[in-house]
Write a protein that binds this ligand. Structure first.
Ligand code: KG4
Ligand code: ZN
Length: 331
């Protein structure tokens, strides 16, 4: 039986969790800074770093207390070391280094994207690789072939904006505050997804959301210039439909070509209800088994890092005190 403390500070959530053998969540504490960044319309990296430093001791302490686990009982301390905002990542990495050293436990580095994928192991106790996973977050959008618990091959990716980034930017044009994804999807519930056809650019298994976003922005500007009413709900629903169609199409085609029978989704955008039902329907139509974590495990959390840390720990992965944070992706 292994107890792993997982620490996540790559963006604007300070999170910590203790899991038992990777898949059983004993505690999952998330301190979200979203309200602090709201007035700026997006995450301000300096503020994120400062708040992580203020919160991290309390968040980790609460994660241990909720799990009823003492530092001595832990088998390892896992931490997100890449990718993300560099200052924010450094807060978690520096804390984890000092903490693991002080309690004399191994330090295990975790790739944030692999962490998102691992949320599926918590939600679906019998799921095992290989499978196809769509990872759609604020910083990244990939269709990955998950080969084992630690490695995956990227089959396709966005060529420009990530799906969540496009949601956030379109939301801003529609007057919805940060983070835009949840607000935009609520607005879309009252809209007609067929009201306006926005482009759906796809090339092989790669896709682009910058063009979709620009098309929505131009559409709104043109309406404003003529003084016409802005049908916000219809625009939100039509934009959301374009993004869902692209992500569903690419994921299903990649799964068909892989010959695998299982599809999973992960990342903040995977909490979008329209995407969940579009992929779920398409997976069923094409005979795939479909896995999806609950929304709380899709957006950033410590449990997914603890789970990924467990598998890395079991594979013998360790970091020394020279572990550094890295802003860019290298799965
Ligand atoms: O995975 P995540 O929590 O952080 C990153 O690793 O980026 O993803 C955050 C992103 C944001 O862009 C947010 O707007 C988007 O996920 N998001 C959503 C929804 N909930 C969060 N996008 C669409 N619909 C949602 N319901
Ligand atoms: Zn994330």
């Amino acid at each position: 039986m292994k107890l792993i403390l997982g620490i996540e500070t790559s963006c604007d959530e300070t999170a910590a969790s203790v899991t038992r053998d990777g898949r059983e969540v004993l505690s999952d504490i998330i301190y979200s800074q979203a309200d602090l960044h709201k007035i700026y319309g997006g995450v301000v990296p300096e503020i994120a770093s400062r708040k992580h430093m203020e919160a991290i001791v309390y968040v980790v302490r609460e994660a241990l207390a909720k799990a009823n686990v003492a530092a001595d009982d832990l088998d390892a301390v896992a931490v997100t070391s890449k990718p993300g905002l560099i200052g924010a990542l450094l807060c978690g990495v520096s804390f984890a280094k000092g903490y693991s050293y002080s309690i004399k436990k191994p330090l295990v580095p975790v790739n944030h994207i692999n962490g998102h994928i691992c949320a599926n192991y918590i939600a679906s106790p019998t799921l095992e690789p290989p499978f196809i996973c769509l990872v759609a977050s604020g910083g990244h959008s990939h269709v990955a072939l998950v080969k084992d618990y630690e490695t995956c091959e990227i089959l396709g990716a966005t060529l420009d904006d990530a799906a969540g980034e496009a949601f956030d930017k379109v939301a801003r044009v529609l007057g919805i505050g940060y983070p835009g994804g949840p607000g935009l999807s609520r607005l879309a519930e009252d809209g007609n997804p067929k009201a306006t056809h926005f482009p759906r650019p796809v090339n092989g298994f790669n896709f682009s959301f910058s063009g979709v976003k620009t098309s929505v922005i131009n559409y709104v500007h043109n309406l404003k210039q003529t003084g016409a009413d802005i049908p916000r709900a219809d625009i939100a629903a039509s934009f959301q439909a374009a993004v869902c169609d692209v992500l569903t199409d690419v994921t299903i085609r990649a799964a068909k070509e892989s010959g695998l029978k299982k599809i999973a989704i992960a990342g903040g955008v995977a909490s979008n209800a329209a995407l969940r039902s579009s992929l779920s329907d398409a997976a069923a139509e094409n005979g795939f088994e479909f896995f999806l974590p609950p929304p709380r495990l899709c957006t950033d959390n410590g449990a997914m890092i603890s789970c990924a840390g467990y598998y890395a720990f079991m594979a013998g992965e360790r970091a020394e005190l020279n572990l550094n944070a890295k802003a860019t992706l290298n799965i």
